[in-house]
Design a protein around this ligand. Structure first.
Ligand SMILES: Cc1ncc(COP(=O)(O)O)c(C=O)c1O
Length: 379
């Protein structure tokens, strides 16, 4: 366990009481808590439907399946994301088509996306990711989706509460999906949510997560058991109430890092285009040289940090078997440069100072002196 962990869920008495209440009620599986969580989440986002699921991967899989992704369906997505974005496409039988990202925002590049849509009329959909909590150019992508007649799904697993021009991400396309894994901006233990403004899509998703059934023991389609529990939903409801406050603290931490790290030779702090409200699921630096050296140095001092992600999806061993060889230079370069540092809402003022000073020391070449000092303190 790191002294200053990279992620830490903000779980307190309120969550404990909410779970106790569910346990005492005896209704542990899907029930009133899930229904309340769904309607509160939909209201928070300003969408008309929300369907809770067991995790974010299941949410993405079900949304894609409900949108008709099946054997051979081509869906364009980003190579610079967590593996689940592409595995959900593959789990439906679909084929991910990787589009390189923008070097500054790390998100899908609309110009390259249009080139793909122009060249390949077999593409049926787009899955964008709002990576690390920064919205992608979602309006531009939505425009392209409509122009080329393909669906748009937003993978918002890392972007609860992020805004694009004042509007929350999740409601720009046919569906948005969220994850409530404990490292995320809000958690339900595990859990996920599909949001959509289409009643029909919501109905299909709800059936898919519940054995293809609307009416008890009548199964209209092949389905799954991907239901969230009332225990998870009870945690999620409390977390949703804390989300804006916790996102605000993440943003304050990010502003602190921006102030004290930007301009430091050797690193670049995150770029946020005007009109984009970043919720800093991660605060990710670009380290031009010795990225792994900085990572090892911070870890040796008990400062959690992580490379999200060391390998782009098109270079993942199992994804190389899909047949097409890609060269996506921006994503490949970013994987060699990125390093995420603690930005979570429980980070104290002293801890963030320590993170800044350690990074500055390393970049100034004082790391040996610093390591010796730390060692001495330990003895
Ligand atoms: C971008 C992205 N998509 C999908 C997922 C999958 O969510 P889960 O872990 O809840 O299945 C995650 C997180 O883990 C993620 O970061």
């Amino acid at each position: 366990m790191m002294r200053i962990p990279i992620c830490k869920p903000d779980i307190g008495e309120e969550e404990q009481e909410a779970v106790q209440k569910v346990l005492a009620s005896g209704h542990l599986a899907q029930g009133e808590e899930v229904a309340a969580f769904e309607s509160e989440f939909a209201e928070y986002l300003g969408v008309s439907n929300a369907v809770a699921t067991i995790n974010g991967t299941a949410a993405l899989f079900v949304a894609l399946k409900a949108l008709g992704v099946s054997k051979g369906t081509k869906v364009v997505t980003t190579p610079f994301t967590f593996v689940a974005t592409a595995s959900a496409i593959l789990q439906c039988g679909g084929v991910p088509v990787f589009c390189d990202v923008d070097e500054k925002t790390f998100n899908i590049d609309p110009t390259r996306l249009e080139d793909i849509l122009k060249q390949d009329s077999d593409v049926r959909g787009i899955v964008v990711v709002h990576l690390f909590g920064l919205p992608c150019a979602v309006e531009e992508v939505g425009f392209l989706a409509r122009k080329y007649g393909v669906f748009l799904v937003e993978d918002c697993a890392q972007a609860h509460g992020a805004l694009y021009c004042g509007k929350k991400v999740g409601g720009f396309g046919e569906a948005g999906v969220f994850s409530f894994y404990p490292t995320k901006n809000m958690t339900a233990g595990e859990g996920g949510m599909i949001v959509t403004n289409s009643e029909e899509l919501a109905r299909t998703c709800r059936m898919l997560i519940n054995h293809g059934s609307k009416k008890r023991y009548i199964h209209e389609m092949l389905g799954y058991n991907f239901r969230l529990t009332d225990i998870g939903a009870a945690i999620g409801r409390v977390q949703l109430r804390k989300l804006d406050k916790n996102n605000q603290r993440r943003r304050e931490n990010a502003r602190f890092y921006d102030r004290h790290l930007s301009g430091t030779p050797g690193i670049e702090t995150p770029f946020v285009p005007e009109g984009y409200f970043h919720v800093y699921h991660q605060y990710t630096l670009r380290v031009k040289e010795k990225r792994n050296g900085l990572r090892d140095f911070l870890l040796a001092q008990g400062i959690g940090c992580e490379v999200y992600y060391p390998l782009p999806l098109h270079q993942q061993p199992f994804l190389q078997k899909i047949g097409k060889t890609y060269h996506l230079p921006v994503a490949e370069k970013l994987c060699k440069e990125v390093l995420s540092i603690p930005v979570h809402p429980l980070l104290s003022d002293e801890e963030r100072w320590e993170v800044v000073e350690s990074i500055r020391n390393f970049l100034a070449g004082n790391e040996h002196k610093f390591v010796e000092l730390v060692k001495e303190e330990n003895f």
